[in-house]
Write a protein that binds this ligand. Structure first.
Ligand code: AMP
Ligand code: GLY
Length: 426
């Protein structure tokens, strides 16, 4: 079977890397892909937004399964289009992807179906939103309703900060129409964990828990990013806790979406806060996490392709996933200045050495070829990933890989995975 992966970052590199190992797959294509992905797949020069052209391509070469990486094409209906054109595709339709595309919609589903989450209110009038935060006090969380590339959330430590966030989202439109409605939430406390789960519209099959590191600097300081590194497993989510999350979060969400006439097929990503009152949902995403995928898939021993097919066919029943015993860590190497402004086109060296001498797997997130040289092409540039017998070994191996790679201005967190050690569980 031929498989097409849509996207071109580190998540898609990990997906392509894993899919290419399947004995069911004769050839992998990736649109648009990146130079790292080109080692395992044929690149197709189409962007993720060119939905009709992607479907034309899939039909022309006889693609048997298309896997969608990012949220934007999902919320624009790429799955609906592919299905209408008779193509098998992995991911939710637009009506189901609204779980990520509208935070107000997601909160509505959670309150209707009793899924634990922060108390909230939604506003499309800035004066009312400001009056609400002045009354509620800080800390308080302000979220743009729509898609804002992971940047639409302010955890405000003072009411003035919350008011400023409302002003910039609703009056100055820093996120465009995504901020014309806001959700204001109670602030939750605890450690975060990410659960990615396969869903076929009725059943769920959770993957191994992981944890992202959103703030840019060590010790969770500085502004939020798309994610500076991740590890799996997340010791804070024990097997019994994962069962509880499946029972209280994943299944009620999938069953609720089915009742709403929006059957959820694909990966359901639950971002959770592990609070003193139990796990609560911070957000749902409608796709594989980035960089969580880069640490979950290297631990997956099962072939991923039958799982992807079962989600789109509605046949997950009786399926299971086999996991490797060890741990996986990925460290994001970012461009100087990220998550603010940064330059592109800076030469990258040492990937070969990181893979050959340190045993790392280097997933490309933002790279391109200029002639024959590999250069930076985004904020998050590389995901230096390593598997080890436990988290300390995986951390050491990932940083050995990082030490062999160089590009001017590169920065990365030096404490990825440390929270797992602090949890006292190895
Ligand atoms: P999101 O873009 O929804 O993933 O949110 C970004 C980050 O904001 C999350 O990873 C949390 O660290 C934080 N956050 C979001 N909602 C809350 C909340 N209700 N309480 C505390 N922190 C939150
Ligand atoms: N790692 C956060 C996300 O994928 O949204």
């Amino acid at each position: 079977m031929k498989v097409l992966v849509v996207g071109g970052g580190g998540r898609e590199h990990a997906l392509v890397w894993k899919i290419a190992q399947s004995p069911l797959v004769s050839r992998v294509y990736c649109a648009p892909g990146n130079p790292g992905i080109a080692a395992h797949a044929e690149l197709v020069p189409l962007s993720v937004g060119e939905i009709e052209s992607l479907a034309d391509f899939a039909l022309s070469v006889g693609i048997g399964l298309t896997v969608i990486g990012p949220e934007d094409p999902l919320s624009k209906g790429i799955v609906d289009t592919f299905q209408t054109r008779g193509l098998k595709v992995f991911g939710p339709r637009a009506a189901a992807a609204e779980l990520e595309a509208s935070k107000a919609f997601a909160k509505g589903i959670m309150s209707k179906y009793g899924i634990p989450t922060a108390a909230y209110a939604e506003f499309d009038n800035p004066a009312e939103a400001i009056a609400y935060v002045r009354k509620a006090g800080a800390p308080i969380v302000v979220k743009a309703d729509g898609l804002a590339a992971g940047k639409g959330v302010t955890v405000a430590q003072s009411t003035d900060e919350a008011v400023a966030a409302i002003e910039s989202m609703m009056r100055h439109k820093v996120f465009g129409e995504a901020g014309s409605k806001v959700v204001i939430e109670e602030c939750l406390f605890g450690q975060e964990a990410s659960i990615l789960a396969f869903s076929d519209g009725e059943r769920v099959l959770p993957m191994a828990p992981s944890q992202d590191h959103k703030p840019v600097f060590d010790g969770d300081a500085g502004p939020n990013t798309g994610g500076m590194g991740a590890y799996s497993p997340a010791p804070i989510v024990s097997d019994s806790m994962l069962d509880e999350i499946t029972r209280t979060v994943l299944l009620p969400c999938v069953h609720g979406m089915a009742k709403e006439g929006r059957p959820y097929r694909g990966v359901l990503y639950a971002g959770l806060m592990m609070t003193a009152q139990g796990p609560k949902v911070i957000e749902f995403n409608c796709r594989f996490g980035d960089p969580e995928t880069q640490v979950v898939l290297p631990r997956m021993k099962s072939d991923i392709v039958p799982l992807l097919q079962a989600c789109s066919d509605g046949s997950l029943e009786g399926m299971a996933i086999e996991w490797g015993a060890g741990a996986c860590v990925t460290v994001v190497m970012a461009s100087g200045g990220y998550p603010g402004t940064y330059s592109k086109g800076i030469a990258i060296e040492g990937i070969l050495e990181a893979e050959r001498d340190a045993g790392a797997i280097v997933f490309h997130a933002g790279t391109k070829l200029e002639g024959t040289s590999l250069v930076t092409n985004g904020g998050r540039v590389l995901n230096v990933t390593a598997v080890g017998e436990d988290i300390p070994h995986a951390i050491a191996a990932a940083y050995e890989g990082v030490a062999r790679i160089h590009f001017d201005g590169a920065h990365y967190r030096t404490d990825i995975g440390r929270k797992a050690l602090n949890a006292g569980i190895r």
